[in-house]
Design a protein around this ligand. Structure first.
Ligand SMILES: [Fe+2]
Length: 347
């Protein structure tokens, strides 16, 4: 059964945690926080955001749009986002790859995605350690050229990230023009759109986010000149192939982004247990030592991608090896870089 707030007290309960988070986002007196919501958003989150904003001396506005994506065509929305200091969007991902989002970031607005259930927000509350791992990841990826991933299941895939920026998520939007997602702990880059070559094997137990399921058997994807050219396997491959076909657009098959998670508190099974309430997605995407690859749109300013298509498919996997310019960073799902391991002493 889907859990929904049944009392206005649900918002009050969240005020201490949301206030702590808004402090991390550097919400200060005189700023304006916008809760960007749709008709399916959790109203307790808006209540808690308003209370947190007021406690910190900031103004608060809530905008409610219909639960389809028609709002993306509205210039009023873009202007409103630009006029606010922090936009907290309590709806699913489409807005992230919208022009409205890029325009708001260019104007210096901070943006934050907030969608997971409250107990997951608490379990994966941002920490200094996550920030540190994000900066270590940035240091590894920044200025790199070739990325290579391999696995015992049969993956051997290379691509180029030459000249592309590194996007680091740590669950906090605290700088002008920064977007983040609470909760999150991952570093991703958008490879050059025609560069991916080789084979990706999505092994059993890997997460097919858009299909709200874990693969039950291996799926073998061949990639040529940056895009998937074949998807082979059992029932999961059949469903994945059908899902890609719904886009009716070749650009859906292009690698959108690739990277790794560094959140050791993440629970791989959370998606299976909580997907019916929009939960557990960030557990798989941020999972410590995962290899997260996605296909489709990547036109978010912080990724610097060029692939514009109304399709996005995230696939967090485990047990991959990850190489950056020949240096091994992950060995079968475990970081080889001491600074990214949970047992690394905090400086
Ligand atoms: Fe993604």
């Amino acid at each position: 059964m889907r859990r929904v707030p049944t009392t206005s007290a649900a918002g009050a309960e969240l005020v201490p945690m949301f206030t702590r988070h808004m402090e991390l986002c550097k919400v200060t007196e005189g700023e304006t926080v916008l809760a960007f919501t749709n008709t399916q958003s959790n109203p307790a989150y808006s209540t808690a955001l308003m209370a947190a904003s007021r406690l910190l001396g900031a103004g608060f506005v809530q905008m409610v749009v219909a639960a389809d994506n028609e709002w993306m065509k509205s210039e009023v929305i873009v202007d409103t986002w630009k006029g606010c200091d922090l936009v907290v969007a309590t709806l699913s991902t489409e807005w992230m790859y919208s022009q409205a989002h890029n325009d708001a970031l260019d104007a210096g607005t901070r943006t934050l995605m907030l969608q997971e259930p409250e107990d997951i927000l608490a379990r994966l509350f941002p920490t200094e350690e996550l920030r540190r791992r994000g900066e270590v990841s940035r240091g590894i990826l920044e200025g790199a050229g070739e990325l290579r991933i391999t696995s015992r299941a049969g993956t051997d895939l290379t691509m180029s990230m030459e000249g592309r920026p590194v996007a680091v998520q740590r669950g906090v939007s605290d700088e002008p023009g920064r977007w983040d997602h609470w909760p999150s702990g991952q570093a991703v880059v958008s490879p050059l759109e025609t560069s991916a070559e080789g084979t990706l094997v999505i092994d059993r137990g890997d997460a097919l986010i858009s299909l709200s399921r874990y693969a039950g058997s291996p799926i073998t994807c061949r990639l040529r000149e940056g895009r998937i050219v074949s998807i082979e396997g059992g029932a999961d491959a059949f469903l994945m192939r059908e899902w890609f076909e719904t886009a009716k657009d070749d650009r859906a098959y292009v690698v959108s982004h690739i990277g790794w998670g560094y959140e050791d508190r993440a629970d791989w099974n959370a998606m299976g247990l909580r997907i019916w309430e929009g939960g557990g997605i960030m557990d798989t995407e941020s999972y410590h030592g995962n290899m997260l690859i996605a296909f489709g749109s990547n036109c978010c300013r912080e990724l610097g991608g060029q692939n514009q298509v109304d399709f996005h498919f995230d696939i967090p996997t485990r047990n991959h090896d990850f190489y950056v310019d020949g240096r091994q960073i992950i060995d079968r799902g475990t970081f080889t870089v001491p600074e990214l391991r949970p047992d690394h002493p905090i400086a």
